[in-house]
Design a binder for this molecule. Structure first.
Ligand SMILES: [Zn+2]
Ligand SMILES: [Zn+2]
Length: 241
């Protein structure tokens, strides 16, 4: 064995040892329920079994399982929506931990699942770029990051699709989940706009957000993308309410 190969082997062993030591001191945690888990196992056995994964046939207009469609085939400005989870139980907990504790440490876990849904459901969509639901400057300053943008960047890396900040939010709004359903559409009406038209014109766009609740935010963003020349808009989120 030549010397450089031996060096390489040693480096690999040292890395593996450092990794196990780190795991012994700071055990991996389940990204959904936060329980300690076996190193590199991604998710705990309980969540693998019980988390609200969306399996099988689904309604692409609302994203729900086909037998639990809530949209009555109501059309949106986006073509279709996909995502790995329903927004309930431990998934709600996992998203709260992701967003509000520890600076988005589980982004890669969620991004992998979202990217897998996009590969599976939008295989023929010929996506040109990825956009994300934007925040106002005040919102980004308050939280120090935009979780939709961070998710979009991670999904973009995994799918090899460029992320472009095509949308901007021009007015402050109440948080959608704090409002009753009948006020949500008005709350986001006219609050988004597009930056330069060349970012959207003649593009098939994947629009990313963390959660779809009523769908009005995604629909309003998709409307602006379409008004600014996008051919088709497809949506992907982590969880669907
Ligand atoms: Zn768990
Ligand atoms: Zn539906």
């Amino acid at each position: 064995m030549i010397f450089s190969e031996m060096n390489c082997l040693n480096t690999e062993r040292i890395k593996a040892l450092a990794d196990s030591l780190r795991a012994a001191i700071y055990p991996d945690r389940c990204p959904l329920c936060d329980a300690a888990i076996v190193h590199n196992s991604e998710i705990c056995p309980d969540c693998r079994k019980n988390a609200a994964f969306i399996y099988g046939e689904r309604c692409f207009l609302c994203g729900h399982p086909a037998d639990k469609c809530v949209c009555k085939k109501h059309k949106n400005f986006y073509e279709a929506i996909t995502g790995p989870f329903m927004y309930t139980g431990v998934v709600k907990n996992g998203l709260a931990v992701w967003k509000f504790r520890g600076g988005l440490i589980n982004t890669e876990f969620f991004a992998k699942l979202v990217a897998a849904c996009v590969r599976r459901d939008f295989a023929g969509a010929e996506l040109d770029c990825i956009c994300f639901v934007p925040q106002t400057k005040m919102e980004s300053d308050e939280r120090e990051y935009n979780q939709s943008e961070e998710l979009a960047k991670a999904v973009g890396d995994m799918l090899g699709i460029p992320v472009v900040p095509a949308l901007k939010k021009i007015f402050e709004t109440e948080r959608q989940h704090k409002l009753p359903k009948f006020l949500r559409s008005g709350n986001v009406f006219g609050v988004f706009d597009c930056r330069e038209p060349e970012l959207t014109e003649n593009k098939n766009i994947l629009l990313i957000d963390d959660i779809k609740t009523s769908g009005t935010t995604l629909n309003e963003c998709a409307k602006m993308l379409r008004l600014n020349g996008a051919i088709k808009v497809y949506c992907a989120v982590i969880a669907i309410a």
